[in-house]
Design a protein. Structure first.
Length: 325
């Protein structure tokens, strides 16, 4: 799954065939996805089928992004050995300094053993987080989050979190509309923040009436309006305290954190797909004023709404060119 999702998600990213807001299967691929191994050929798996990698490590020298998926049999053995096998270390040395490197699940052990995570924050599968922290004391482990973005190096948790990480990278490169289109094609949630919990413990016998889904759907239909915690709780006929607890259990965020995230997503969509003024974008996404939108945009993304629009309005990459993986 960790290997297949990389091809599925990046391979589904397409430019707009019309130059407008809609995505189309007729658009051009935005990434070229190539799989390589230390030695090309058949690779044994823990399933009842092998994987054939046609390319060797030489292709890494021209990569823009390198994704290291989990190898459940070997990743954690690098801890005991204290170093990577020479052939694997040499392969990773081929990656250009300008490229991004990302890991899925226990692939983080490979990056850490090669020194790529020293002094940085990182995550891995929660079952392996304690071993990871003990083994790599120079890495600031965040054991509960879905993924960590440190710019040129990114790590993610278990298999499904790899989907979130790939969509995050697509959003970074080509904007929210392209990532949302990829998510629709793959039938997965379009966006989950990296700081959300890897898993949410819930009682086995929790009754079905605990769902807060109706409140979330109602909020999405009324983002432009002033929304309160009490108003959301009323949609489910719950007390604020009960609603807040159950919302956190189900969504991994507080209601207000989730609402801010959804409003930011709506603003990004409007900036990419419309010519609305900043004030109108702010009003339709629920931020109220252009000043509030600018403050929230800067805090969350590090750029102004205007700069974001300039970057993504044409659905090109950050440098105006396609990116490779």
């Amino acid at each position: 799954m960790e290997l297949g999702l990389v091809h599925q998600l990046f391979g589904s990213a397409r430019s707009s065939s019309s130059g407008g807001s809609g995505r189309s299967s007729g658009g051009e691929p935005l990434y070229s996805v190539v799989t390589c191994a230390v030695e090309p050929g058949m690779i044994r798996t823990d399933a009842d089928f092998p994987i054939h990698a046609a390319h060797g490590p030489e292709v890494l020298a021209r990569a823009d992004t390198v994704v290291v998926p989990a190898s459940h049999e070997e990743d954690e053995s690098y801890v005991a050995a204290g170093t990577l096998p020479p052939a694997l270390a040499e392969a990773l040395d081929r990656v250009p300094r300008s490229a991004r490197t990302a890991s899925i699940c226990t692939g983080a052990f490979v990056l850490a053993a090669h020194g790529l995570l020293d002094g940085l924050r990182a995550t891995t599968h929660w079952l392996s987080a304690d071993l990871f922290a003990r083994s790599f004391p120079r890495v600031a482990v965040e054991p509960e989050v879905l993924y960590v973005d440190e710019g040129r190096v990114l790590t993610s948790a278990g298999e499904a979190a790899g989907i979130d990480l790939c969509l995050h990278l697509i959003r970074r490169d080509f904007g929210a509309a392209v990532a949302a289109d990829v998510a629709r094609r793959t039938v997965v949630p379009p966006h989950r923040e990296g700081g959300q919990a890897q898993y949410i413990p819930r009682p086995v016998a929790e009754p079905a009436v605990s769902s807060t889904g109706a409140a979330r759907a109602w909020a999405l239909a009324h983002l432009a309006e002033p929304l309160t915690l009490a108003g959301l709780a009323a949609q489910e006929s719950m007390s604020v305290r009960t609603f807040s607890r159950r919302f956190r259990e189900e969504a991994g965020l507080t209601p207000m954190q989730w609402l801010a995230q959804q409003r930011l997503e709506r603003a990004r969509q409007l900036l990419e797909e419309t010519d609305h003024t900043i004030d109108r974008v702010a009003a339709e996404s629920g931020f109220g004023t252009g000043t509030s939108l600018r403050q929230n945009f800067q805090a969350a993304l590090g750029v102004s709404p205007r700069a974001y629009r300039v970057t993504f309005r044409g659905f090109a990459g950050p440098d105006g060119a396609d990116s490779g993986v």
